[in-house]
Every structure is written in structure tokens, then in C-alpha cells.
Design a protein around this ligand. Structure first.
Ligand code: GLY
Ligand code: MN
Ligand code: MN
Length: 453
């Protein structure tokens, strides 16, 4: 797909698949309602959260259970009403407010699939819903008004669990949105790399990323992690230094964009001009691609994670960072000193999407492997899952200090660690759509599509 596709071409392409997506959401919702004993569903987009003792609000983020129905990310207090057998009703909040701009009545590729109504306040919303809601379930913020609405259940776990479970398998429409989010994110990454090479500060690198994505920070699926030098050792580094460091060694940037409510989650690491660190990045990149090559439907994600530790053990030895073989590094948890996070997670409407541990729609969780408390996905992969693959090695002072103090200490080459600490760490993260035979690497495909012909 060319990167110069026009907005109308894109709308036409998405419009071709949205109907089937919505039909799938209706179908799975009808099944979940019936299995949970409800006859209808009210879904809330979320409320604006006010700043303490002020009349300002925090940036709004629509609730994911709403976004799966409607690609409206910036409209608070909107509702979907769904009753199996009827077209879903969308109630758009349009307050009579001359301080803010009310939501426009949407006219896009998806609107004709809804019965669209408007309301100026929550009383108006209630009037647009059936009089008797005693057999309906509600999913959304626990609004004070709800006690008067006569709703059967508010956020019932057994219903939500079924819906969350189903969200892991993406429809063709959702995959199209995720590809779009990847393309936007890749565009941001290329601009960020150029800014890094030109000597920018962390803050300036973020500005370059935002401009290239065409998104403000609150539209992104998460705040970008932009770490120069040793900051890369902080897994979710949140500082955006305004001044460039005196010496420039490396950039770790973990940043994604959002499209129609769907996220990309991409990490790249760059060496400024150190060939040894660049080679280490290249080696981790090869390892990441080897892990991606093993992804397909039917694979247990816990095995992917454990295999990543095995490969990390070998890489650390080969790079002269450890003094023992892979088996010993894994058995003694030396690999966890350098790779303390999970190898990946579900991705979709939320960057760390729901349902990663569910054994079945009905109940039960699949536990993490012993010794791996930060893994966020333990399910067996199915066709249509979208996951991240994000191996890394980091030089984290807190974890290194603990390792130095026990039996792991003699298995680590401390002079090599000291030499590499100024680079912080390396993470390479791609987003993968799982297929029966393998996977589609949305991230690499997005970068490829942006290369000059
Ligand atoms: N961006 C957070 C993560 O990679 O999980
Ligand atoms: Mn991730
Ligand atoms: Mn990430």
C-alpha cells in the first residue's frame, strides 16, 4: 500500500470492512449477553475527569469497550445501546456549551451502520434508552445517575470477561486499522531517528515524532519513551530532557501512534557512532527476528517467552557480558537481570490489551511461568491475535547491584557491563498479526512501505 493514499481512498477501504466488523461485535455481544443472562447492553464512552478545584479537565480517553463499537476517540459521555436483533444505537453527547466545541455529528465510513441520535445531557441520554433496563447490562464509568436508570447490572465481570476474551482475535477491519497505526508510528520513528542524528534533545525528538505522526501527545496510545544514553535502562522512562546531553551515545525510543482507536507499539534503539554498540543492536535485532519467525497460531506464548530467555542467555555470553552458557544463565536467573520484562503482550484498542491470561471466556487464568512475574500474556496464540515482540537487554543499576551481591555476581563480566552502562539498554519491538502459518510483521511492513521507491 502506498503511503500517499488519500483520505477518501482510505475511508473507502475501511468502509468496505467496517460492516463485517460491527456484525462480528454484535454477534459476539449477543452470545455473551445470552450466556450471562442479559437482554441488552449499554456501553459508555467515558466521562471527563475534572482537575481538583478547577474547571479544567484531564485529556479524555475513550473506554476501549466503547471504541470496539465506534471509532470515536475524543467524545465523552456518548453511549451505544445494543439489543440483539436490532441495529446498534449511538447516542452522541452534544451539550449546549459555548465554552467548548460540541462533537460534530459524524459522517464517516462507519456512521450508516448505526441509528445515530443526540442528547444534550445524561437525562437526555436516558430518554433515548428503553424505559425498562432491568434486563440490560451497563459497561462504563460508574455514573451517579445509574442508580436511577434501573439498569440490571453495572460492569458485570462475567459478561465483560467474555467480551474481553473475544477482543484478542481481530477482525479484518481491526487489522486494517492496526496497519494504519503502524504506518503512522513508523513515520514518527523515522523522523525521531533523524532528529537524534542531528543532535536533538529528548524533548525535540518527541516533537519530531509527534509532527511526523500528525498527532498530539494525548492522541497517542501511550506517552513516548524517549531515552538518550543511560536513560534507556529505565524501562518506562518518562523524562523528556529539554537540553541535549553533553555526550551522545544512544537513543532508545518506544513510541506508537493510534488510528481509529487502535494502537501501534514500536521500539527502536540507535547507536550514535559506537560500532560495538551498533553491532550489539544488530545482534538483538537478529534475535528478535528469529523469535518472530517462530510465531504462528497454536504456539504457547509462555514458550516464546522462555525461548527468548534462552536466546538472551546465548547472546549475553557471545557479547562477553556474561561468563556462563545459556542454560546456566537461565537456570540461575541471570538472564532476568538483563531482561526483566515480558517478551510481549496483546495489542489492540489498548496498548497492553485485555484478556492476556484468560483460559476461556467462562473463567480461569493461565498462570505465568515461575520466576517470570512481568509476563502479560500466557495464552496460546490464535489466528487474528496481534502481539508485540520486544526482546531487550538493559543495564539496570538496581538489578545489577542485587546480582552482584549474590551467586549471580560471578557469572557476570563486570568490566564489560561498566563499559556498556552509558548506553542504557536495547529494545527492539515489532507488532505481529498472527496467522495460521506464521505472522505478518506490521511494523517492518510499515517501515518498508515508507522507503523511497
Ligand atoms: N510501550 C510499552 C510496552 O512496550 O509495553
Ligand atoms: Mn509493548
Ligand atoms: Mn513499547
Amino acid at each position: 500500500m502506498s503511503s500517499v493514499e488519500s483520505t477518501s481512498e482510505r475511508e473507502a477501504r475501511l468502509g468496505g470492512t467496517f460492516g463485517a466488523h460491527l456484525a462480528a461485535v454484535c454477534e459476539r455481544s449477543a452470545r455473551a449477553l445470552s450466556a450471562s443472562g442479559y437482554a441488552g447492553l449499554v456501553v459508555h464512552s467515558g466521562s471527563l475527569l475534572g482537575v481538583f478545584e478547577d474547571d479544567r479537565t484531564y485529556p479524555f480517553e475513550a473506554n476501549a469497550p466503547f471504541k470496539v463499537w465506534v471509532p470515536l476517540q475524543d467524545a465523552a459521555d456518548c453511549f451505544v445501546w445494543f439489543e440483539p436483533g436490532s441495529a446498534p444505537r449511538l447516542i452522541i453527547h452534544r451539550p449546549g456549551d459555548y465554552w467548548h466545541k460540541s462533537a460534530e455529528l459524524p459522517q464517516a465510513y462507519w456512521t450508516r451502520h448505526f441509528e445515530v441520535r443526540t442528547a444534550t445531557d445524561r437525562a437526555g441520554v436516558r430518554a433515548q434508552l428503553p424505559a425498562d433496563l432491568s434486563r440490560a447490562a451497563y459497561i462504563g464509568d460508574a455514573l451517579a445517575e445509574l442508580t436511577r436508570w434501573g439498569i440490571g447490572a453495572i460492569n458485570p465481570r462475567h459478561l465483560m470477561r467474555r467480551l474481553d476474551y473475544a477482543r484478542a482475535v481481530k477482525t479484518p477491519y481491526e487489522l486494517a486499522c492496526l496497519r494504519e497505526a503502524s504506518r503512522l508510528g513508523a513515520r514518527g520513528h523515522l523522523a525521531a531517528e533523524r532528529a537524534f542524528t542531528a543532535g536533538a534533545s529528548e524533548f525535540e525528538i518527541e516533537l519530531a515524532f509527534l509532527e511526523a505522526c500528525g498527532q498530539r501527545e494525548q492522541e497517542l496510545p501511550y506517552n513516548p519513551i524517549i531515552a538518550l544514553n543511560a536513560g534507556g535502562a529505565v524501562l518506562h522512562y518518562q523524562v523528556l530532557e529539554k537540553h541535549p546531553p553533553r555526550e551522545r551515545h544512544s537513543l532508545l525510543i518506544d513510541a506508537g501512534a493510534e488510528f481509529a482507536g487502535y494502537a501501534s507499539d514500536i521500539t527502536r534503539t540507535h547507536s550514535y557512532e559506537d560500532a560495538d554498540f551498533a553491532a550489539l543492536i544488530g545482534r538483538l535485532d537478529q534475535m528478535q527476528q528469529a523469535l518472530c519467525a517462530g510465531v504462528r497460531a497454536g504456539v504457547d506464548w509462555r514458550d516464546v517467552h522462555l525461548n527468548a530467555h534462552q536466546l538472551t542467555g546465548a547472546l549475553l555470553r557471545e557479547a562477553d557480558i556474561t561468563r556462563c552458557g545459556a542454560d546456566e544463565a537461565v537456570a540461575t536467573a541471570v538472564t532476568s537481570v538483563f531482561l526483566p520484562h515480558g517478551i510481549g503482550h496483546l495489542l489492540g484498542l489498548e496498548v497492553h490489551d485485555v484478556g492476556g491470561f484468560m483460559r476461556s471466556p467462562e473463567g480461569g487464568d493461565i498462570p505465568r511461568p515461575d520466576g517470570h512475574p512481568n509476563l502479560r500474556l500466557t495464552r496460546v496464540l490464535e489466528e487474528g491475535f496481534v502481539v508485540t515482540m520486544e526482546p531487550g537487554i538493559y543495564f539496570i543499576e538496581q538489578l545489577l547491584d542485587a546480582a552482584r551481591a549474590d551467586a549471580r555476581g560471578r557469572r557476570i563480566n563486570w568490566s564489560r557491563v561498566a563499559a556498556l552502562a552509558k548506553f542504557g539498554g536495547i529494545r527492539i519491538e515489532d507488532d505481529l498479526a498472527v496467522t495460521r502459518e506464521g505472522c505478518e510483521d506490521l511494523t517492518r511492513e510499515a517501515f518498508r512501505s515508507l522507503q523511497p521507491a
